[in-house]
Design a protein around this ligand. Structure first.
Ligand SMILES: [Zn+2]
Length: 255
């Protein structure tokens, strides 16, 4: 039997629309972890480099942490560089910790939400269910070529003292293949296939098949597309660069 990735979609929160959030309800019920992504409704922008005042940006982050206050006291994010550096968080901290140069985070500490900001790039969620080790990766085409997925899986296995077969992975909200036309040089680097013309690139199946090749057995993909989601999500491509950012996050709550 050929292993393949199943579709699993994030579910939009109801009621309190002050924070638009889409969560992986199946991971919460099956594994007790909180994983999801913020939306774009009402101009909700979790970007670290927005044109808003620091006060406005921080108020939104405080709202986000307040929303998750049952179980979490801190969040860790980084200014990203489309690279493959993964930060291992071995101690928790309160409030929002902002670092620089990391496109992946992994931790075995409960009570901290690991986050990456995205607007078309694919957020990759990793979990080792037995130990509760979690990881969050930012994977656009540059990061994929740099090896962010492989580095993230390796770091998660190392912290969990586990083999890749025990990991669970989800490729979240991002741009779909139909909406993402790229030049031949990008196609060549990501797919290792010869390409002489522009074409469409679907990043989630690329990530899923690489993970399956590394030995993972439980891989899911979202079918939400950031670029044709009618204002639910931010899309760099669809907005021609003016979009805000969504925060994709994962953490194991303190119980
Ligand atoms: Zn699309």
């Amino acid at each position: 039997m050929t292993r393949s990735a199943n579709v699993m979609n994030e579910v939009q929160n109801g009621g309190d629309a002050s924070i638009p959030v889409f969560e992986l309800e199946e991971w919460r019920s099956a594994f007790g972890v909180v994983a999801g992504i913020t939306g774009a409704a009402g101009g909700f922008d979790m970007g670290l480099a927005s044109s808003e005042s620091i006060r406005q940006v921080m108020a939104r982050w405080e709202d986000f942490l307040e929303y998750h206050s049952a179980g979490f006291c801190g969040a860790a994010v980084s200014r990203q560089s489309h690279g493959a550096e993964v930060h291992v968080h071995r101690i928790g901290s309160e409030g929002v910790t902002v670092e620089s140069g990391f496109d992946g985070h992994v931790t075995n500490v409960p009570g901290v939400l690991l986050g990456v900001t995205v607007a078309d790039c694919i957020p990759v969620y990793l979990l080792h269910p037995r130990t509760g080790v979690v990881a969050m990766l930012h994977a656009g085409w540059r990061g994929i070529v740099a090896g962010i997925l492989e580095r993230g899986i390796e770091a998660t296995c190392e912290l969990a003292a586990s083999r890749a077969t025990e990991l669970v992975m989800h490729c979240g909200v991002g741009i779909c293949g139909t909406c993402y036309e790229v030049g031949p040089e990008v196609l060549q680097q990501v797919t290792n296939a010869s390409a002489s013309e522009s074409g469409t690139l679907d990043l989630r199946p690329v990530l899923a098949s690489r993970a399956l090749e590394m030995g993972l057995e439980q891989v899911t993909v979202s079918s939400w597309c950031s670029a044709h989601s009618d204002g639910r999500f931010h899309s760099h491509r669809a907005s021609q660069g003016s979009a805000g950012r969504m925060l994709a996050y994962i953490g194991r709550p303190v119980t």
